[in-house]
Design a protein around this ligand. Sequence first.
Ligand code: PLP
Length: 393
Amino acid sequence: MAVAYFDHAASTPMHPEVVEAMREFFDGCYANPTGAHRMARDARRATDDARDVLAEALGARPGEIVFCGSGTEGDNLAVFGAAAGEAGPGGSGGTVVCSATEHPAVLRPVEQLGGRVVGVDRGGMLDLDALAAALDGDVRLVSVMLANNETGVVWSLAEVAEVMARHAPGALLHTDAVQAFPWLDVAALATPADLISVSAHKFGGPKGVGALVVRDGVRLQAQIVGGGQEAERRSGTPNVAGIVGMGTAAAVTLARRGEVVQRAGRLRDRLADGLRAAIGGVIETGVHPPAGAGAPVDRSAKVAGSCHLCFEGIESEALLFLAERGGVYASAASACASGAEDPSHVLAAMGYPRSLARGSLRLSLGAASSEADVETALAVLPPAVAQLRRAAA
Ligand code: PLP
C-alpha cells in the first residue's frame, strides 16, 4: 500500500542530492577535518563550503555559524549558553524568558533556569503585552520561535525586538527557526535575532545535525567543551558527512522554496477545506475562522505545509491508528514522546479544553507531497472520525 506521508514537521525524506553529496564523506574523504594532511584539508573545505551556504541562507557571516548535533542542541546552547554568558548592559542577572508554546528544547532549559514563560492568545499569537510585562533590565535572553511545530503559526520577530528595545534593551533574542526554514525566508525574518537555530532533517537533510547562528559579539558559554572545535563554541569532531548534507539540503531548499511553498500551500488548503467540509465538530488551529464548513478561511498566519485540526469526541491515538491502517502517516503532536497521554502544551497555552486537545491531528506537508496524498487523506480520515464517534456514542 502506498503511504501518504503527512509528518514532515517530525522529519523529512532526504533530497537525492543530499544523499549523493554525503556519500563521498563516508567512504572516500573520511579524515578528521581538523587534521593537517590533504584528506583532512578536503574535509575541512567541504564543511566550510556548507558553512558558506548556511550563512547565506540564514543571513549570517560564515564565522557566525556553529554546527552542532541537532536542533535540540542548538536550542540548549542558545538558552544555557546565553544565561551563563555575561549579563547585558545594565543587567546583573541571567533571567531567561520564552513563550509558552516553544518546543521542549527551549521550554525545558528555560524552566530549569527558573525563567519566565509568556502566554499566547487563542490563535497561537504571542501576547506582546505579557512579553513586555515579563521584561526588565535583568533579562539576558528572550527565546521565541519563528514558526510553531504544532500549529505552524508564524510570529514577527521585528515586533518582539521592538518590545525588547523598550523593556530589556540589553537582552539577546534567540529564535528557534527549525520549523520555519523549509517555508520562510529566515535570513530576512530573523534579522533582529542574535541567535538562530535550525535542524537539517526538517528540510531534506540528515538527522543528527543542526546549526546555531551566534552573531559576532554575542557572549555565549560553550556547553560541550573539549577540543575547542567550532571556534571554542562547540567541541567534538564535526560530523562532516552530516554537515555536507545539511549544506546541500539548505541549497536545495533555497532554490526550490518559492515553488514548494506555492504547491504545498495549495495542497494544504485542499486538504484542510476538504476535511472541514466532510467532518463536523472540527476546529482548525491558527486560522480565521477556526470552525465552520464552507466559509473562506484565512490561513495567512501559518506556514504553507501545516494543517492542524482538533476533532471533538475522539482520541488522537485511535485516529492515528485508523489513519495508518488507511496508509496515512500523521502525528498528534502532543507531548507524548514518553508514551504519556498529556494533551499538547501548545493547545493548552492557546486555551483549548482538554476534551478538544485530546483529539488533535497534525498533518504536515513537504516538498514531495502530492495530490494523491491529499486524495488518500480525504478518503481515509472522514470515515475514520465517523467510526470513532459511533464507537464512543
Ligand atoms: N525545535 C522545533 C520547533 C522542532 O520542531 C524540533 C523538532 O521537532 C526541534 C526544535 C528539535 O530538533 P531536533 O529534532 O533536530 O533535535
